[in-house]
Design a protein around this ligand. Sequence first.
Ligand SMILES: Cc1cc2nc3c(=O)[nH]c(=O)nc-3n(C[C@H](O)[C@H](O)[C@H](O)COP(=O)(O)OP(=O)(O)OC[C@H]3O[C@@H](n4cnc5c(N)ncnc54)[C@H](O)[C@@H]3O)c2cc1C
Length: 383
Amino acid sequence: MTPVWMTDDVALFRDTVRKVFEREFAPLEERWRRQHLADRSVWRQAGEMGLLCTSIPEAYGGAGGTFAHEAVVAYEQGRALVNSFSINVHSGIVAHYLLAYGSEAQKLRWLPKMATGELVAAIAMSEPGAGSDLQAVRTSAVRDGDDYVIDGAKTFITNGHHADLVCVVVKTDAARGAKGVSLLMVETADLPGFRRGRLLEKIGQHGLDTVELFFDGVRVPAGNLLGDEEGQGFRQLMQQLARERLLIAIGAAGMMQRAIDETLAYVAQRQVFGEPLLAMQNTRFKLAECQTETTIAQTFVDACIARQLAGTLDVPTAAMAKWSTTDKLCRVVDECLQLHGGYGYMSEYLIARLYADARVLRILGGANEVMKELIARSMERNA
Ligand SMILES: Cc1cc2nc3c(=O)[nH]c(=O)nc-3n(C[C@H](O)[C@H](O)[C@H](O)COP(=O)(O)OP(=O)(O)OC[C@H]3O[C@@H](n4cnc5c(N)ncnc54)[C@H](O)[C@@H]3O)c2cc1C
C-alpha cells in the first residue's frame, strides 16, 4: 500500500536512499560497532550522497525537499539498521532549530556546512540531574560583554564525539524556570574549557558515539544565541518536538519491518523436526501477528507524516506515534528473536542487534511515559 505522501519523486529518492544504506553503510556497521564509533568520513559521504539536510532550502545548502524526504531517510536508516550516526539529530533536529530560529547570518554560516557533512551537529539537553524534566537543567550561560560564559555538564549526547556544532540547552536566568531556558550554538573546534568525555558503553547501538560534554568557563559569542532574546529556549524546544518524535517513530517502523523480513528468511531455511520452521502453525501465526502490528503502526505513522506535511501534526498525536511505535517495535523484535532460538541470542545475528538497538527508543526523545502524560494532559484539556 503506497501512502499518499509517497509521490513518484519521493519513491525514486527512497530507492536511491535504500541502496546507499544497504550497499555503502550497512557493511561498515560491524566495524563501527567494534570500534564504538563510526568513521568521521561517513558524514562527508552522507552529504555527498544527498542524505543530509534534505528538507532544508537550497538557499542554505540543503536539498530543498520536504519532510517526506526526511521521512524516507529516517525509515531507510532504521530498516538498514545503520545506527552508528544520527542523521535525525543532525538534519532532523539541529538543522531545523537553525532554520526556524536562527538569524540569516547563523543559517548561512552553519547550514551549508551541515549539508555537506563538513560540520557534524549534536543537541545537548540532558544532564546527569535533568533528563525528562528539562526545566531542571543547571548548565548556565552568563552574559559577559559580547560573550556568554557557559558552565555545566551534559550527558548521553548523540553524535557527541564527532560534533563540531552543538545546540546547548542552557539557563540564562536560573530564577525564571522554563522562561530562563535558552539555546546557544557552540562551535567546538579548539574551544578553551570545552571537553568531551569518553564514549559511553551502551547495551546496544554500539557504533553510535554517545558522550558526556563538559563546559568549564566556555566563552561563545552572544550572537550564537538562537532567537532574538534570552528565555525562548523552552518554547523553541516544545515547538520542534512533534517532528522529532515522529522521526523516531518512522525509524522504529523501518526497524520493525526489517525484523520481520529477517525472521521470515530465517524460519524458511531453519529445519526443525524434519520440516522448515516456517511450516509450523505457531511460527506462521506469530509472523502474521507481527506483520499486522507493523502494518497498523506504519499506517498511523503515514497519517502523521501526511499531517506533518500539511502543517497540522500536534504534540499529542506525535507523542502517540512515538510511544506506540517504539513499544510495538520492542514486542515485535522480541517475538522475532524467539523464532531464531539460541541463534537469536548471538550477537552476530542481526535480530540480536535489533533487540539491543531498539530498546533505547522507548527512553530517548522523551520517555514513553512522558508521551502518555502529554496525551493525557491534552485529553484533560478537552474534557
Ligand atoms: C543512547 C541515548 C542517546 C541519547 N541522546 C541524547 C541526545 O542526543 N541529546 C540529549 O539531550 N539527550 C539524549 N539522551 C537522553 C534522553 O533523552 C534521556 O535519557 C531521556 O529524556 C530520559 O531522561 P533520564 O535518562 O534522565 O531519565 P529520567 O528523567 O530520570 O526518567 C527515568 C524514568 O522515569 C519515568 N518518568 C520520567 N518522567 C515521567 C513522568 N512525567 N511521568 C511518568 N514517568 C516518568 C520514565 O519511565 C523514565 O524512563 C539520550 C539517551 C540515550 C540512552
